[in-house]
Design a protein around this ligand. Sequence first.
Ligand code: SF4
Ligand code: SF4
Length: 619
Amino acid sequence: MKLKEIISNEIQKRVFLLGNEAFARGFIEGGGKLATTYPGTPSSEIGNVLSKVAKEVGFYFEFSTNEKTAFEVAASSSLSGLRSMTFFKHVGLNVAMDSFITSAYIGTIGGFVIISCDDPNMFSSQNEQDNRILAKFAGLPILEPRNPDEARKMVKYGFLLSEKYGIPVFIRSTTRLSHMRGIVQLEEIERVKRNQYFNKNPNRFVPIPANARVLHKNLVEKIKEIESESEISDFNFIIKNGRSYGIITSGISSNYVIDIVIKYNLPFDIFSIGFSNPIPKDKIKNFLESYENIIVVEELEPVIENEVRVLKEKNNLKTNIFGKDDNIFSTLYEYNPDRVKNYLFKFLGKEKERKIFKIENITPPLRPPVLCPGCPHRATYYAVFKVLRKLKIKDAIFPSDIGCYTLGIGKPFDMADTCYSMGSSIGVACGLSKSTQQKVIAFIGDSTFFHAGIPPLINAFYNKNDFLLFILDNGTTAMTGHQPNPGVGFDGMGEVAPIVKIEDLVKGIGIKFVKVVDPYNLSETMNAIEDALKQEGVKVIIARRECALIRDDRLRKEGVIIKYFINEDKCRNCLICVRQFSCPAIYIENDKVKINEVLCDGCGVCSEVCPFNAIEVIK
Ligand code: SF4
Ligand code: SF4
């Protein structure tokens, strides 16, 4: 992370930034004064940067408890005149949706930019929804950057457009753009002075039905007016070489199209769209009139393609349009240069030639994600496994949630039976405990519990459910890069913050069985589980132990190095540590069990697992 470069005042300086770092730079250059997020891949680096530089640059940043709250904090700050930004991964928009739709009606005073980082191919997500559809549904202008420098420019432009029309502006990134590096040319950091005063205007800010009817009409008129901005926008450009076919493309796909067409000298002129809602209708109509055949290349859903087809029909044009409907391009997964090349070759009937360029037989080895060595969640899963075996419970159900612990799905634990969305483990546990006679043991992390776990836990208590909930409290938001949450004692500005104690919150609901255990202490954890499974009602065990990566970092700084080894004189080769516990640091070589010293983080739980005390500390 190049923090100095991201906040540099050196105008014209060219720096090499991640797409997400460039979004942060755009916020700073554009005079942004308030930014919010709930961390989620592929958006997390924007918040990690802003959190670290907020004080020095002079703006407010927060990690909110969830995306809906993040959205509301930023939207309301815009109503007080501040340039504001909120950003999250694509599924975060589902959480923010209620306020998101209405904010299009209410509009903005200070510029308000929303960045959605979509995840085609689902590298770290449960679905690959295309949020352009949701932004169009809300009636918002959409910008689709092609590279990090455009990411920077579009945030700044988004603030201006938002202020000019009083409407939130939606920027759609994807994993590839957020995580690609590119040259960014720095521009002056704007010093924007605002009154920071909320001028009351209930006709506009309180959409009771009579007001909402007017506001909706205004929104429709605004987006119609914004069409003229899209027509003249430099973000929409044509690369014309007098070729036989046309391609209309947008965002990151534009890069693949331009590269492939130039590299293989293919007969396409290209219309690249960066301002994609409203689309530049006149420009596109003119483009359609110039060709007999046009292909639309865009990742995931045929958002632009459908608009182009409507334009063709409305204008009675003869142009043939090819895209998803013609099975040329897929609506599935991420595009890349090879896929786009294959599609274009297929369209041109050059499939035989396509094979010439194919890189054959490179199959990287499968590397399924696993819990880290020393992860406290592994110890919790092992304790659950041991107790269920002892009590001869074979058909327990394990609703899981979004976080590292979703990896409980893997062998040997098989402890993730469902996973819908943030906080869903508890709602699902409610349903399964009412609809089956099986034992239900749900897992949720601390950050996810704060995000969306509290209302369903109240539901569980109120509706007299019967299940055990594990809150796996590792004191951080681990999977997205260790951002803070309300349980850790500091905030997004790096300042000391009050701690929300999970056990107090749970007891406050009225739940009687609440135990806090250290998962590294297997016997304590197993006793708590056994007690819980013998009682009826909602039981909560908080398994509290810091994330292994944070512990490693802390011990390294303290100069403490603890490693374990297998004492071969004591080891009976029962393989319990391998088969039932499966720490990645433990492996078999020449029929003997060993511990990889580099991977071992010295948690010592395996020494509790071994029935023959064969695992010992290296002295
Ligand atoms: S559990 Fe103990 S005895 Fe069994 S294989 Fe592992 S180290 Fe050896
Ligand atoms: S002490 Fe044992 S369980 Fe912990 S990291 Fe090392 S090998 Fe794995």
